[in-house]
Write a protein that binds this ligand. Structure first.
Ligand code: NAD
Length: 424
């Protein structure tokens, strides 16, 4: 029997760790339309920092005759003899917060061009329930000319990794699986079970697996929105939210969420996928969209709070020198996509404040391209600031005493409660 050959379509935060893991046991081709990404990966470099260079290099094939291992390519010919196609492309939203399925459509078309009898296409991108069968399968059928569930099959297995998290890596997170027929579902489940040490959960249908993923992230978004609302209430009452959360957290079933900015590619985006589908089927989601509204209001809220403290401290706001610590969407990871820190910065700049951004993780070129903002990889230690804002909890900030970089009367605004109970 021919050994399985796997193509992973889209080698980003999700696709690369998965392709690397599969490559320890299978013949894998990583396919991406971004040629510069393919070039860096082929040299054993991962700029997302999800896979260590040595680990990546250890699976890269050195010869075509290697049985297992990974090659990275933008060439369709390199994936035509695969029998599993795993799609891990982005699922963003447009400017009106509506799902943008273009990468999913395009990658389905790519796969359909090389689809053969017996092949299985597994989607991992986060979507609303029904997207795989209603949106992707018709493209696969049309472009390939093959019959669904006779000639080719599909599966859905959502990814649950967390960028920058070195503890919960893909192999250590239980994987939900599903397939378009009971037999294919078992096959998909067995495929993942062969690499995921944490095990698998076979969902009864593809729609259940899709729904499970989108509610995981929607639940997080709503829980964060709740503590963000509490922050606003307790600020008005001059009560420290972190003291409240610490006290309430002594109860066994109190949920541990902290206030803050909700950006990035998942938590702030996925609830809109669920909301859109809910509206399509005739239900207006109250809680899901309320959570989104609260979380989307936080950049302006934090900026106005900072300006309030500046005025209370007799700073003129205009020309006030501000140092921002961190611009990525979350701590200890270089991902700057949809980071809400930028909205806080732009708001402060609109009042004429002079902002310097220090982030040891973000790629300054990427930040400049995406947001037209200059960032520094090194702490500007010889400069003095009126205000220092802790925006992201990067580990590098933990053991530094920023007091020496403050003007007299200056203050540190700690957006994450990071310095709480520390001498700053
Ligand atoms: N980032 C995460 O931690 C995370 C966690 C769980 C789920 N997800 C979901 O996984 C999916 C992928 O997210 P990501 O963070 O890896 O995205 P990403 O932007 O890091 O990577 C996607 C990759 O797909 C490539 N790509 C885009 N269109 C393509 C096409 N037509 N053909 C081939 N390659 C194409 C891009 O060049 C990019 O390298 C999304 O649906 C996301 O919601 C992400």
């Amino acid at each position: 029997m021919e050994k399985d050959k796997i193509a992973v379509i889209g080698l980003g935060y999700v696709g690369l760790p998965l392709a690397r893991l599969f490559a320890t046991k299978f013949n894998v081709v990583g396919f991406d339309i971004n040629e510069s990404r393919i070039n860096e990966l082929s040299k054993g470099i991962d700029s997302t920092l999800e896979v260590e260079d040595e680990v990546l290099k250890s699976v890269l094939k050195t010869s075509q005759h290697d049985e297992n291992g990974l090659i990275c390519s933008s060439n369709l010919d390199d994936i035509k003899d695969c029998n599993y196609y795993i799609v891990t492309v982005p699922t963003p939203i447009d400017k009106n917060n509506r799902p943008n399925l273009t990468p999913l459509y395009k990658s389905s078309k790519t796969v359909a061009k090389v689809l053969k009898k017996g092949d299985v296409v597994i989607y991992e991108s986060t979507v609303y329930p029904g997207a795989t069968e209603d949106e992707c399968v018709p493209i696969l059928k049309k472009v390939s000319g093959l019959k669904f569930n006779q000639d080719f099959f599909v599966g859905y297995s959502p990814e649950r990794i967390n960028p920058g998290d070195k503890l919960h890596t893909v192999d250590k997170i239980l994987k939900v699986t599903s397939g378009s027929t009971p037999e294919i579902a078992k096959k998909v489940d067995a495929l993942y079970a062969s690499i995921i040490t944490a095990g698998t959960h076979l969902a009864p249908t593809i729609k259940v697996a899709e729904a499970a993923k989108v509610i995981e992230n929607s639940q997080r978004d709503i829980n964060i929105a709740f503590v963000n609302e509490l922050l606003k209430i307790f600020d008005l009452m001059c009560i420290d939210i972190y003291d409240v959360l610490k006290a309430a957290g002594t109860k066994w079933n109190f949920l541990d969420f902290k206030p803050g900015l909700v950006g990035g590619h998942c938590i702030g985006v996925d609830p809109y996928y669920l909301a859109q589908k809910a509206q399509e089927v005739g239900y207006h989601p109250e809680i899901i969209l309320a959570g989104r509204r609260v979380n989307d209001s936080m950049p302006k809220y934090f900026a106005s709070e900072i300006i309030k403290v500046m005025i209370q401290n007799d700073f003129r706001v205009k020309n006030t020198k501000i140092l921002i610590l961190g611009i990525t969407f979350k701590e200890n990871c270089p991902d700057v996509r949809n980071t809400k820190a930028v909205e806080v910065i732009k708001e402060l700049e609109s009042y004429g404040s002079k902002v310097t951004v220090y982030d040891p993780w973000a790629n300054p070129k990427e930040v400049l391209n995406l947001y037209n903002l200059v960032t520094q990889k090194n702490l500007p230690i010889n400069n003095i600031f009126d205000v220092i804002i802790l925006m992201v909890k990067h580990k590098e900030f933990m053991n530094h005493n920023f007091n020496s970089m403050l003007n007299s009367g200056g203050f540190i605004y700690d957006l994450k409660g990071f310095f709480k109970n520390k001498e700053v």
